[in-house]
Design a protein around this ligand. Structure first.
Ligand SMILES: *[C@@H]1O[C@H](CO)[C@@H](O)[C@H](O)[C@H]1NC(C)=O
Ligand SMILES: *[C@@H]1O[C@H](CO)[C@@H](O)[C@H](O)[C@H]1NC(C)=O
Length: 239
């Protein structure tokens, strides 16, 4: 597991080199901050089969090292799972994988207390989406993750092609269509061609974050009194 400390101490490579203009550094910091906005991920399927309708609107969750789609309401899930809360940050390559330069990774919280982060990746053999620490993920497809131009839809290796595969009754796991063949080769290898599967778009839903203390703005005392007076006035209207 990567701890918070490890993650925030990962240097972003671009923009901080000596000689880069202040303007560029400042732009890079803004871009990093935008990429680090936390979001949930929802499946959107616009097909009109029962399976499409079943999967549409489900939320990305994590459990047992794999990434699934389940009810947005944790109480309605048949198997307890943690709701993914993800963002983008440079994947910390090892010395021996630096040349791959896979760009942005997609870390997600996998537990809230203690807060633990893991990398979401596509298994290089089966194309299942999974999560793990750097050791577990580095040999797999860890990036580049990106978003579409409108910043709404999640991309991996410049593709938005993901599939939900029904691995058990009502249990939809996520896969990446890395070969662009609608998963036919990986599903055949796993003898899963008879399983239901539907294409999904993975859509970012910006998550509410508690405001940092410095950002909290209290209305000036006078204004507060006024609005209290107004509301008690309207309360009395019917009396
Ligand atoms: C990565 O996760 C595996 C499995 O949970 C664990 O055995 C290993 O110690 C972890 N590695 C690091 C560097 O935390
Ligand atoms: C990420 O996607 C945007 C379009 O949404 C594109 O302009 C940009 O070049 C991509 N970045 C990388 C590193 O692929």
């Amino acid at each position: 597991m990567i701890g918070l400390l490890t993650l925030t101490s990962i240097p972003t490579v671009t923009g901080v080199a000596f000689g880069v203009s202040e303007q560029r550094k400042s732009n890079q910091r803004k871009e990093d901050a935008r990429r680090m906005v936390k979001f949930h991920i929802d499946a959107v399927c616009d097909g009109d089969t029962d399976d499409d309708r079943d999967v549409n609107g489900r939320r990305v969750v994590v459990r047992n090292d794999k990434v699934y789609l389940d009810d947005p309401d944790p109480r309605k899930r048949s198997v307890p799972s943690f709701t993914s809360l993800a963002f983008y940050i440079e994947y910390p390559e090892l010395e021996e994988t630096k040349h791959l330069d896979r760009g942005l990774g997609l870390p997600t919280y996998v537990s809230a207390n203690p807060p633990l982060l893991n990398w979401i990746y596509a298994d290089v053999d089966t194309h299942e989406l999974k999560y793990g620490n750097r050791t577990q993920s580095v040999e797999h497809v860890v990036g580049p993750w990106n978003w579409t131009e409108d910043e709404k839809v999640i991309m991996l290796e410049e593709s938005i092609s993901f599939y939900a595969v029904e691995e058990g009754e009502g249990e939809w796991a996520l896969y990446f269509d890395r070969d662009g063949d609608e998963l036919s080769s990986v599903l055949e290898e796993q003898s899963m061609l008879d399983n239901a599967f539907v294409p999904v778009n993975l859509v970012r839903r910006i998550a509410e974050e508690p405001p940092a203390p410095t950002q909290q703005q209290k209305p000036p005392p006078q204004q507060q009194q006024q609005s209290q007076g107004q509301s008690s006035g309207s309360d009395r209207q019917n009396g």
